[in-house]
Design a protein. Structure first.
Length: 423
């Protein structure tokens, strides 16, 4: 960017991260007429058609002053990668200071950044710095999408079993969600919108997963109260309370959830319970959960909820995969190659992030073919390979980022302590 002129270039984006061969873009017609949109800090918009590989675009006089976002309201079907440090800094500050008015735009920025990071088109430190700018966000839809994307990224690296890295993820997460829990609170408020209740559930759930003491205590207390008085816990909070209580509790909390499952007539409540049982960090309870999935207590069409809950737990993903393989004939017979089997295949395999696991999954289904689920099998193997590529490319970078990130925070805290002592 220079004198209100900006270089724009287009290329085909593949979520697999595979790059096109030289000349393939033009030969196969991968050059589009793109209706580019720009929105400046005053909410004014400017549009033009971009149909070249790359071009210099000049903004209207007094339009941008170096401060704009592409693709207003995410109306265009394209990803945006800001190579200009000045523009990227403007985007970050706009989000942090609440100056980007439309929630759709705030969602789009982090969506694009997450997708670009996974294929190696965005620096990892830029992504985590950007996400941290959302700490003052108040909108449910933004938090829901950001949480989904951030969780999918953290889950890839959790496969390393590096406790130091997981601890640093937890510190980062606690900082990110600290402002919004102060805003939304733990208890249901009079006349609040349904979106506030859904936001509260997301925030408490994530804080609990990061080891937030107050959220853990809240979940355990609420579960205890709920077992005595069923009207004491809002349905919006039950899933997050169940998950946190089981993850950080003992066999008592696990049995409390089983008791709720057995005593309710509501299928929705049964599903909540089934999906939470896999949150335990106790391997014995996780194996018990897997065995429970094929018991007479669980409807056949609901078994996948239980198995997938264990697979989603880093402590249980290998257990779930082993259980799936050992019970393949039974599961294949139960679901008879239908959509539920495809969902289960994805649920127990796409949690992996290594080439070895991709080969293991591929080998298993070659030896145990299932034509109706073949598309899901192929997609799962591709996802595992993409996860592996992402992990191998960024693992050292993520270690370096969080080591530096936390050291800077510690240094700042030490400086503040020293200043206070001097004062």
């Amino acid at each position: 960017d220079n004198n209100n002129k900006y270089k724009i270039e287009q290329m085909r984006f593949l979520s697999s991260g595979m790059e096109s061969k030289i000349g393939e873009e033009e030969e196969n017609g991968y050059l589009w007429k793109i209706p580019l949109g720009f929105v400046n800090e005053n909410g004014e918009t400017h549009y033009c058609v971009f149909d070249e590989r790359d071009s210099i675009i000049e903004m209207p006089e007094n339009f941008s002053n170096g401060k704009f976002k592409l693709n207003p309201l995410q109306a265009g079907y394209y990803r945006v990668n800001y190579k200009s440090d000045n523009l990227y800094e403007y985007i970050q500050k706009s989000i942090l200071n609440g100056e980007l008015a439309e929630a759709t735009d705030r969602i789009g920025i982090q969506q694009d950044s997450s997708a670009l990071l996974k294929v190696g088109l965005l620096d990892l430190n830029k992504y985590f710095d950007l996400v941290n700018c959302y700490k003052n966000e108040k909108d449910y839809t933004v938090w829901a999408d950001l949480t989904s994307n951030l969780t999918s990224i953290i889950d890839v690296f959790s496969s390393s079993d590096n406790e130091e890295l997981i601890s640093k993820f937890n510190e980062y997460g606690l900082g990110l969600y600290s402002n919004i829990i102060d805003h939304i609170g733990y208890e249901v408020k009079e006349n609040e919108s349904c979106l506030d209740g859904m936001l509260r559930s997301i925030v408490i759930s994530r804080l609990g997963s990061f080891g937030h003491p107050k959220s853990i205590e809240f979940a355990k207390t609420k579960l205890e109260e709920f077992t005595k008085e069923p009207s004491s816990l809002s349905p919006d909070l039950r899933s997050c309370v169940y998950n946190i209580a089981i993850k950080f509790g003992t066999e008592k909390e696990y049995n409390d959830i089983l008791s709720i499952f057995r005593n309710t007539d509501l299928q929705e409540e049964k599903v909540r319970c089934m999906r939470s049982l896999g949150a335990s960090t106790d391997l014995k309870l996780l194996q018990q959960t897997l065995d429970f999935s094929l018991s007479d207590e669980v409807r056949q069409q609901d078994s996948l909820y239980v198995i997938m809950s264990v697979a989603a737990n880093p402590k249980g993903r290998d257990l779930a995969w082993g259980f799936f393989k050992n019970n393949w004939d039974s599961l294949n017979q139960i679901y008879k190659g239908g959509n539920l089997l495809s969902s289960l295949v994805k649920g127990v395999t796409t949690v992996f992030s290594s080439e070895e696991k991709a080969l293991e999954v591929e080998t298993f289904f070659k030896e145990n073919p299932c034509a109706p689920a073949q598309r899901a099998i192929n997609q799962s193997i591709e996802t595992i390979k993409s996860n592996a590529s992402f992990f191998n490319r960024e693992y050292q970078n993520v270690l370096s980022y969080f080591l530096e990130h936390n050291n800077n925070n510690n240094n700042n805290n030490n400086n503040n302590d020293n200043n206070n002592d001097n004062n």
